[in-house]
Design a protein around this ligand. Structure first.
Ligand SMILES: [Zn+2]
Ligand SMILES: [Zn+2]
Length: 328
């Protein structure tokens, strides 16, 4: 009897520790305040069009590595990270003066909560990488980071996660705000996760990716990276620093907050410009009322005292681009 009570109590205390662990978001996660961001529109450099989530026949894609890279070159991409599930590829020989192929991975550690596995991108993971499926999630992230890779959280909406699963682990720089592959299940956009994490104090950036598996889906979404040069170090540094924006169509030309707390955006003509800040009901939408569209907007945030602001612009065909947040 006593033994049974002991085990029952031990069970409850283990369960309670697990619950505390899962719900202790914002306490053990070292992402908070550790991620500095550089405004790509306010520094010198060149823009490079990047595909950062790409599959080949090494995992479940429809064509091999050279064919996939050629498809992206033909679509005008400068940078391609091949992110096959649980394995890297030998990409030596594909990088030229005008094209950068980056050995990368999509990895799938178990969640601590029992929810479906995390999907994470490790961009810039040297080949070969010995994948250890049994590593706990945080150890797997830390191991992949220790090899120099930049880690991003992939498609949380598709995975069916809440932001609690995202806060189980740390060390990622941002999330996929848009994953075109998830259009097939109507779960491509993860903006709400982004805002929830930003409101909890996590300084995360946002990528747009194809997550391409089939050739007809190449080049639907991309990340525009501002960097000094087209080489792996400059591109990975820019990813680390949030020096990019995400798009599936519109171009963003400028985004800044002036000394009077007015936020400004300049972009290719769009139908809608939406600023988003933290707090209840806090945001502002500008709509175009003619066929010319809007190519700039300014909003006075001085009374709102926001902690962060980001912007989404949407063209007349419904294609968006997303800036990274600016933190006050
Ligand atoms: Zn995935
Ligand atoms: Zn994928």
């Amino acid at each position: 009897m006593k033994r049974r009570i002991f085990f029952k109590l031990a069970g409850i205390s283990a369960l309670s520790a697990m619950v505390q662990n899962v719900f202790a978001y914002g306490t053990k996660n070292s992402v908070i305040d550790s991620n500095s961001m550089t405004n790509p529109f306010r520094i010198k450099g060149n823009w490079y069009k990047a595909a950062l989530h790409v599959h080949t026949t090494t995992s479940d894609g429809d064509v091999d590595v050279p064919t996939r890279l050629q498809q992206y070159r033909e679509k005008g991409f400068d940078v391609v990270a091949i992110t096959d599930h649980r394995q890297t590829n030998d990409l030596s020989g594909y990088t030229t003066r005008k094209f950068l192929a980056i050995s990368s991975i999509e990895f799938h550690p178990e969640t601590y909560s029992g929810a479906p596995t995390h999907h994470l991108l490790g961009i810039g993971l040297p080949h070969p990488y010995k994948y250890n499926n049994s590593l706990p999630a945080q150890e797997m992230i830390d191991d992949i980071k220790s090899k120099g890779a930049k880690v991003f959280y992939a498609h949380p909406y598709w995975t069916g996660h809440t932001f609690v699963e995202m806060t189980e682990v740390s060390g990622y720089l941002g999330l996929e705000v848009y994953n075109d592959g998830c259009e097939s299940t109507n779960s491509a956009e993860s903006q709400i996760y982004w805002d929830q994490m930003l409101n909890k104090g996590y300084r995360l950036s946002g990528l747009a990716t194809d997550d391409v598996h089939r050739s007809e889906k190449v080049g639907k979404a991309w990340t525009m990276i501002k960097a000094d040069k087209l080489n792996e170090k400059s591109i990975l540094d820019a990813l680390e620093n949030g020096c990019f924006y995400a798009s599936k169509g519109p171009e963003i030309e400028d985004f800044f907050v002036d000394e009077n707390m007015k936020v400004n955006i300049k972009c290719s003509p769009v139908h809608k410009i939406a600023f988003r800040i933290n707090g209840a009901g806090n945001g502002r939408v500008f709509l175009s009322n003619d066929s010319q569209g809007l190519s700039s907007a300014e909003w006075d945030m001085s009374k709102k005292k926001p902690k962060w602001v980001r912007c989404e612009v949407i063209d007349k065909d419904g294609n968006s681009a997303w800036t990274n947040p600016i933190f006050m």
